[in-house]
Each structure stands twice: as C-alpha cells, then as structure tokens.
Design a binder for this molecule. Structure first.
Ligand code: GLP
Length: 245
C-alpha cells in the first residue's frame, strides 16, 4: 500500500483530483466507484473545478456509488445518492445512463444487490474505487466482523450510525439501521483503489491500519493486500508510524 501524507485535507482533495483527472484523460471510459461521506467532498469540488477549466471530461466515464442507506424515500436529501448528486454528479457532464445508484428503497434488497453486482460486471469491473474510512475501519458499509464478498444488505454498527448522525439532525436513532454496500470483494476487484482519510478523528484507526501485522478485525486491512492501493492522508490523520518511518 502506497502512502502519501499531505499537509491539509484541501491538499489531499486536490492531489487526488489531479490523479483521477489524469486517469480519465488516459482512459475516458474509466469506470469509477464513488464513496459518499465528508472526506471526498474536497476531491469532488476539485474535480468539478477541473472540468470547468476544461482539464477533464467525464462524458464517457461510468460511475457506481459505493453504498446507500435502506429505507429512505426516493430523493431523500439524506440519502448517499442525493448527496453524490449534490456535490458531484449534477455538476459533471457525465451521461446519466452511466451513473449507477444503489436503490435503498428496493422492496427486494437482495435482488437489488444482485442487479448492481451484474451491472458492475457488465461495465467491465471497476477501474478505480474512491474510498473513505470509517473510524471503526469500515469501508463502504463493510463493518468489522465476517466480511461479505459481493454487494449485499447489511446492519450498521452503532458507531457508524453515530458517525452518520450529522445528516439526520444529530440523531443517531434516525439513521437507518440497514444499508446496501458493495462487498469487500467488489471493492477489492477494482483495478486501483484511492483511499482517503483526513482529520484527527481518523488517526487511531489509521495507526491500526499501518501496523506491521495486519489487523484482522479491520475491514480496511484487506486493502493492504491489494496490488494498487494508494492511501492519502493529511497530517492531522497521519499516525506517528507514517510520519517517522
Ligand atoms: C461512512 C460511509 C462510507 C464513508 C465512511 C467515512 O459511514 N459508509 O462510505 O466512506 O463512512 O465517512 P466520512 O468520510 O464522512 O468520515
């Protein structure tokens, strides 16, 4: 796993945007997995800015969201789909037919996950997956515990519901208890992974992630075994072990 530490979260967002834009220029039909959450917001703003300056064109790219809450009404502003639309998709020249969202309102959650997994396969798999990191080491909504390979419905850890309370007026009890998420294998099969973590709150989990021994209770640890994972941190998130090798 390659690790880059930059001074600020802004610098992380900028560097990753430059990296993503270069990949899209090299392969305009890039298939990109998109994480929601606070961490990639700077990245998404920077991508929109790069597009406005004519430095990147997403019109042939394909996008797949990483995860979604179960049980919110269609178009609910608190859904990850609505969030991604607000911060990124609605500002890009991307073809809507190539933007794939998980439907958290689907009556048949298992069927929806199967449909999604097939859509990723039909697109030729993910070329690039953008990821944030949960304070408990989750990626997408793959919580600590037995890992599931494919896109699947899952139950959220209390910690994850608390971490997502902000969009729900600060009330963890209003955060849906269930979600749909790409599986750990779906993510792992992406040809390249860009994992972003910024801010002091992520430092403890990162300290565990970079320990010499692989922490088996940390879903993100799987990414260390991937041939092309690049972890981007700001200084606030960086544990001592990566600052003083
Ligand atoms: C959330 C989401 C992930 C996200 C992660 C980090 O619960 N399931 O998609 O990447 O946790 O979120 P944040 O970037 O807001 O810290």
């Amino acid at each position: 796993m390659r690790i880059t530490v930059l001074r600020t979260a802004q610098a992380v967002g900028h560097a990753v945007a430059v990296d993503v834009a270069a990949r899209v220029r090299a392969n305009p039909r890039l298939v990109i997995g998109l994480a929601a959450g606070r961490t990639p917001v700077v990245l998404y703003r920077e991508l929109v800015a790069l597009q406005r300056r004519g430095e990147v064109d997403f019109s042939e790219a394909t996008m797949f969201m990483l995860d979604e809450f179960v049980g919110l009404a269609e178009g609910d502003r608190r859904s990850y789909g609505a969030f991604l639309d607000r911060v990124l998709i609605s500002h890009l020249d991307v073809d809507r037919r190539r933007v794939h969202l998980l439907d958290g309102g689907a009556a048949d959650a298992e069927g929806e996950c199967l449909r999604y997994e097939r859509a990723i396969a039909r697109a030729g798999g993910l070329d690039l997956q953008i990821l944030g990191l949960g304070t408990n080491g989750h990626v997408g909504f793959n919580e600590p515990g037995p890992l599931v390979e494919r896109t699947h419905p899952t139950r959220l850890a209390p910690e994850t519901r608390r971490a997502n309370a902000r969009q729900f007026g600060g009330r963890a009890d209003l955060v849906p208890a269930r979600a749909l998420t790409m599986g750990i294998g779906t993510i792992f099969r992406a040809r390249s992974i860009l994992l972003l973590a910024t801010g002091r709150a992520k430092r403890p989990v990162l300290a565990r992630l970079v320990e010499p021994r692989i922490a088996s209770r940390l879903p993100a640890s799987v990414l260390r075994l991937h041939p092309d994972t690049h972890l981007f941190l700001d200084r606030a998130a960086a544990p001592a072990a990566v600052l003083t090798p």
